[in-house]
Design a protein around this ligand. Sequence first.
Ligand code: NAD
Length: 243
Amino acid sequence: LTDLTGKTALVTGAARGQGAVEAELLATAGASVLICDVLDEGEALAARLTAEGCDAKFLKLDVTSEAAWLEALALIRDWTGRLDILVNNAGIINRKTIADMSVGEWKKVLEVNATGAFIGIKLAAPMMAETGGGSIVNISSNSAFSGHYDPAYTASKWAIRGLTRTAAMEFADQGIRVNAICPGLIVTDLNRNSPHLGPMIGMTPMARAGEADEVAQLVLFLASDASGFITGEDFVIDGGFTA
Ligand code: NAD
């Protein structure tokens, strides 16, 4: 059921970190994968996956740009003619407190993390519906279950949970499922230098950070027909931190 042969996926923020691992797993499962990111490193990932026999392309895409999303969908239309899977993974963080954060800095985080996913869902859903539906996976965070160190990031990840539920209701009759994944600590470039790494591991019952592949396996499950009756849900994957 997790065979994605014949399906097409778009993964944002996929040049590095968790998005790159998610894109690789979806491609290995048989999907044609469009790797999207503001970073050019996605080009090398697409080339490596292609050399390994997968079907992958890279497109430089800023999730906050409607024009870039339309370009991505046009590329997919010419390439495979269908979109089955959208993974809204791109995200940024700004660790300033509310007192220190400017309104512009607040808006930037919300724009990438929440508005970027909104634009993606809004523009991709009609194309998914054309071929009977699909699966949208939004990457939130376990910080969307409590207050957290980073105000704009935390608010944006709560927004993703709300967006996921309303999108699931709106698009269910078009065959589109929408779910959110809420990872705990996964060590990537996003947080490698964060002072909170040690304390967070200390507060995690499993006493370790998660692996990007552990999140990617959940993305694959939610993207595939194996999760066919699941929509509007959020899945915490954090070694018991939120338990
Ligand atoms: P990362 O910084 O390695 O990856 C994020 C990617 O998003 C980067 O490749 C970056 O270039 C891209 N990106 C940033 N702004 C973009 C934009 N405007 N348009 C397109 N791409 C953009 O970090 P990661 O840990 O792999 O993060 C992936 C997702 O997982 C993020 O949404 C993050 O919030 C979420 N998350 C991470 C953790 C963690 O502990 N690392 C925990 C919970 C959730």
